[in-house]
Design a protein around this ligand. Sequence first.
Ligand code: SF4
Length: 368
Amino acid sequence: MRICNDGNIDGLYKIAKTQKCQDTLLAINYRVCFVGENRLIFLPGEIEVKIASEDMDFFSSLCECDVIEVASTGQVWKRFEKKAGDNTLYITDKCNSNCIMCPMPETVRKNGLEVIPERLWELVSYMPSDLPHVTITGGEPFLAKDEMFNILDYLKRKCVSTEFLLLSNGRAFSIEGYAEKLKNTAPARFCIGIPIHGNTASLHDSISQTDGSFNQTYIGIKNLIKQDIDVEIRIVVSKLNAAHITDIAKMIVTDFPKVSSVKIMAMEMLGNAAVNQNKVWLPYDEFFDYVKDAVDILVEGLIDVAIYNMPLCLVDESYWFICKQSISDYKIRYFDKCDICKVKDACGGVFSGTYRFLEESINPINHD
Ligand code: SF4
């Protein structure tokens, strides 16, 4: 979305649709975007912007106290939406690993958004306190170091009922005292999601393209579990580790029996994954054959397990109950032939970035 902006409108704004809401937000020093009929008023400053009626849907769909960001170029992004099932707090593009199948390109990791503390503090101060679920992600959020703990501590007090999922490579928690700091600062409803790429250092490190990362992640997970922090282990299945998924499952049952869950995930073919397609792409119709035994091992080990990002028609029906609708709304695609599928409502579809690989594999379900 783009609006007419001569450079005077810039930064985060809370949405107001009534005078009462507008006055309340201004009184506590928020910048406000008042949504009127075919016009927006940015306050303070009272800058009025006319909006074409076909563009009003974008603003009309927002609730009061939702948050938008406006660039001086006129570009507008939704930052926090109360009615969204999940919202994202994005910390940085930077990462201390460079996974070969990451959906972000290496150039963004190297040259993208740094950790900017002032920006992060403004974002969390504008974040509504009653969002149902927030994913904190990057890049690697703990490149923000102590600032990340300070932000979590602030969110713990501000968002008492929000469920937080923080995605990290877990390496920072091999540092003595880090897991304890997280225990002391994490919000009440908090889980950390950490990927494991292999059951050996050589396999894991070859996928993270970072020597020593397996040992750091392994020690990090141990330290977090010792502090009673909820840890979700994520396994992204690629051509490089598909033959080792059962070994990874056995390692989790033996070494990390207290993890809160394991998510076994199909790849999104963007960024590094697309660049390294020949090395990493595992056809989706082979995914379940590799994954089935690992699921059974985890279930027998009494570990909660789920499959993410897989269309139901490529998973054995008796395992559909562990398949989650895990793809973010704006990335979901279905095929024309999905219209005749009897389980479309229960199916999470496929990633828009992976769509081009799947036309041949997808098979609508016709039986009751
Ligand atoms: S045919 Fe389409 S809707 Fe049906 S399970 Fe496959 S991907 Fe999902």
